[in-house]
Design a protein around this ligand. Structure first.
Ligand SMILES: Nc1ncnc2c1ncn2[C@@H]1O[C@H](COP(=O)(O)OP(=O)(O)OP(=O)(O)O)[C@@H](O)[C@H]1O
Ligand SMILES: [Mg+2]
Length: 274
């Protein structure tokens, strides 16, 4: 029989959402005064493969869903460490499918996918879970835990990976500061604007300093100013070495940047800008 999962002793009791009947003040601790910079955190990540090899490589990849829907056809794409790539294309073109293949939510029907030195087709169970820990993901609809504070939403991923409270606290403050939300650590998602919620989800995706960040329409629900802010944060993350792949419908956003762009149409990928 499996026992119920209980938070480790190193994790502070959570702050209650205002709607909850019994109220208890928050005790989530904040970070020490001199946390390490995100750059140093990133450099501490173990390098599992040569820095010369592409971080992501797709060769002859096809994806046909079980209902017969052919989402991707003969995709060939290489993404180097430190790249920032926009993936554009109309609705239903296959953009989300491409990202789902990269973090192993879906399997390719044919072809080879290499991510951070690992061939995805061969990865199962624990080894796939370990690779996923090295990929940050941001979605259009944020996917925050409603009754957890900003600090808890961001640190949950570290707690689940067995980080100590000391290490969680060391990472939390600089990550919240990086997305401009240090003053919202004790707020709940429904007390934040859409742009702020998306910035929390970015903080959550990068607090474990993954080498690769996948963002699926992260600006899809945001106005122009918030969209630009999100892109600026992604560019800041890219400048400290995190490889970024972002899908978007927003042609204005793509035009106003100078990053490489690929387009997917009817499942086929072409380069728009190198
Ligand atoms: N789980 C699924 N089962 C069957 N077909 C699917 C599934 N997910 C996606 N598809 C189909 O695969 C194709 C590509 O879908 P995908 O979600 O990758 O498109 P997209 O480019 O992300 O579109 P959008 O811009 O609307 O998000 C579409 O025809 C879609 O209907
Ligand atoms: Mg999509």
């Amino acid at each position: 029989m499996t026992s119920a999962v209980t938070p480790p002793k190193t994790y502070s009791p959570r702050r209650r959402h205002p709607d909850e009947q019994s109220r208890r003040p928050g005790t989530f601790q904040t970070a020490p005064a001199t946390p390490p910079s995100p750059k140093r955190q990133h450099q501490k990540q173990p390098q599992t493969s040569s820095t010369q090899a592409p971080l992501v490589a797709l060769t002859g990849v096809n994806k046909t869903y079980t209902n017969g829907s052919q989402a991707l056809r003969d995709i060939n794409l290489q993404i180097k460490r430190g790249d920032f790539l926009f993936v554009t294309g109309p609705s239903g073109a296959g953009k989300s499918t491409l990202l789902k293949l990269l973090y192993g939510q879906e399997r390719a029907t044919a072809g080879d996918i290499l991510v951070d030195g690992q061939h995805l087709a061969k990865l199962r169970g624990n080894r796939l879970a370990m690779l996923r820990r090295r990929i940050g993901i941001v979605f259009q609809d944020y996917k925050l835990i409603p009754r957890r504070t900003v600090a808890e939403n961001v640190s949950f991923v570290l707690w689940a990976q067995g980080y100590s409270r000391k290490e969680i606290n060391r990472r939390l403050r600089p990550t919240l500061r990086m997305v401009g939300l240090q003053h919202k650590a004790s707020s709940f998602p429904d007390q934040l604007s859409g742009g702020e919620q998306q910035r929390v989800s970015i903080a959550r995706a990068v607090v474990s300093t993954p080498p690769l960040l996948l963002a699926d329409e992260p600006t899809g629900n945001l106005d122009v100013d918030n969209s630009r802010q999100v892109i600026k944060i992604l560019e800041k993350l890219n400048s400290i070495g995190i490889t970024i792949i972002i899908t978007t419908h927003d042609e204005q956003l793509v035009r106003s940047s100078s990053h490489p762009v690929v387009q997917i149409q009817d499942g086929r990928l072409t380069y728009v800008r190198h």
